[in-house]
Design a protein around this ligand. Structure first.
Ligand SMILES: [Zn+2]
Length: 168
């Protein structure tokens, strides 16, 4: 079972920014972030819709869908592009589809970003994602992360983060 969206505009913005933060991490080499975005995009590209609106995954199209996702993620951006990277573009494609689906888990904590609910982002970003959003995505984003947080990151200097090693 799943719920339909009934959140505040800022909750949707936070979910969208969380996806962009994951895309930023992916562009910096975070394998886990790359895998998440590639899998979610492939699930959308290979999904069919029944008349009643539910989605089903067409496994015959999945390989091609994975390749399409990878092509978008790794292509160079035009100088006038609004995206910082192909990962950012892929995250926006995923977000536009999530916005059409408007589905979240029971309780409304996590926003579905794939058609099946196996991939979500929280409507309230984790402290680490808040940190990434406020430092790398939106300068005026409100972030209440402590300097030295419980997951062991030193938040003073963004350059200190070993992005490849982070888990999201
Ligand atoms: Zn999924």
């Amino acid at each position: 079972m799943a719920w339909s969206w009934s959140h505040s505009p800022s909750a949707y913005r936070d979910a969208q920014l969380s996806l962009q933060a994951i895309a930023f991490l992916a562009s910096k080499g975070s394998k886990q972030s790359q895998e998440k975005l590639l899998t979610v995009a492939a699930e959308w590209f290979a999904s069919n819709t029944h008349k009643h609106g539910e989605h089903w995954l067409d496994l015959k199209r999945y390989g091609k869908a994975q390749r399409k996702a990878y092509r978008i993620a790794t292509r160079r951006q035009h100088v006038h592009s609004t995206f910082d990277s192909g990962w950012s573009e892929l995250a926006e494609i995923i977000w536009s589809k999530a916005e059409e689906l408007q589905t979240c888990d029971n309780g409304g904590w996590n926003c579905w970003i794939c058609p099946y609910g196996c991939h979500t982002v929280p409507f309230t970003p984790s402290k680490f994602l808040q940190y990434v959003i406020s430092h790398f995505i939106v300068e005026d984003y409100h972030c209440d992360v402590n300097e030295d947080d419980d997951n062991g990151y030193e938040y003073d200097d963004p350059d200190d983060i070993d992005i490849k090693a982070i888990t999201i």
